[in-house]
Design a protein around this ligand. Structure first.
Ligand SMILES: [Zn+2]
Length: 255
């Protein structure tokens, strides 16, 4: 199985029956999680009982991207741990932020922490991370092997590095927050969906998945705006959407 399953696609806080940022990447039995925002953990556990994943990557310390990592920590600490520590790739702020929730327990007893940005071998992938503009340090990540390139921005303002991050990717997951007034900010920290399409085009991505929708936003309108700037396939990160990473079949399905 080679696929990405959407655990959640909301920015800020989850809408009813939805969850914040989170993706499960599966490649021939290797299971990697990208972000674990509000309400993603129960969805992850539907796919991976006991939280049995092989690696976790967190882009930044905002809770809509990392708070359910703390739930997974408790699960491994109190119950489901098999004695091995889970590899966790993240900027330093993630651990200090979540560690503050439970200062009497060290998260490193559960997680084997490797700091981003950086480049690592992670199962079947080379993982590389690059700092992108946001309110706090945010690391855009790129997973690559000789058969696929998958990239994910986390949260970011416009930046030329976005073209490199998603260069020739099979699937580029790009935040499309469309937060009102963001374009007028003197320092940009988030994207519009049209900008998401534009950067996917500059990257030469084959397909684009829009995510991190501001609560209440019209997702179809976001896809239309992205398509005005990007000619490839555009997916909307609705919960339970599955996108194949096998180049022979690019169809999406909902599980
Ligand atoms: Zn953020």
């Amino acid at each position: 199985m080679r696929q990405v399953t959407v655990l959640g696609g909301c920015g800020a806080y989850p809408e009813p029956s939805r969850a914040c940022s989170g993706f499960l990447v599966e490649w021939d039995g290797f299971r990697l999680v990208l972000d674990l925002g509000y309400a993603t953990l129960p969805r992850l556990l539907r796919h991976c009982p006991d939280g049995a994943v092989d690696a976790i990557v967190i882009t930044h310390e905002h809770p809509d991207h990392c708070i359910d990592l703390h739930g997974l920590f408790r699960m491994r600490l109190y119950g489901a741990a098999d004695g091995t520590r889970l590899p966790l790739y993240c900027p330093p702020g993630v651990l200090s932020r979540l560690g503050g929730l439970e200062p009497e327990a060290d998260m490193r007893t559960v997680f084997d922490v490797r700091t981003l940005p950086g480049t690592y071998r992670v199962g079947p992938f080379e993982l590389s991370g690059v700092l992108l503009p946001h309110y706090v340090p945010n690391v855009g990540v790129r997973l690559r092997n000789d058969q696929v390139v998958l990239a994910y921005t986390g949260d970011t303002g416009p930046d030329p590095l976005l073209a490199d991050l998603g260069r020739d990717s099979d699937l580029y997951i790009v935040e499309a927050t469309d937060r009102k007034g963001e374009e007028r900010q003197p320092r940009r920290n988030l994207l519009t969906s049209e900008e998401a399409g534009l950067w996917a085009t500059r990257a030469g991505a084959r397909s684009l998945m829009l995510t991190h929708f501001w609560p209440g936003n019209d997702r179809q309108a976001a896809a239309t705006a992205a398509r005005s700037a990007f000619g490839g396939e555009v997916f909307i990160a609705d919960e339970d959407l599955v996108v194949s990473l096998d180049r022979r079949s690019s169809q999406a399905r909902t599980s």
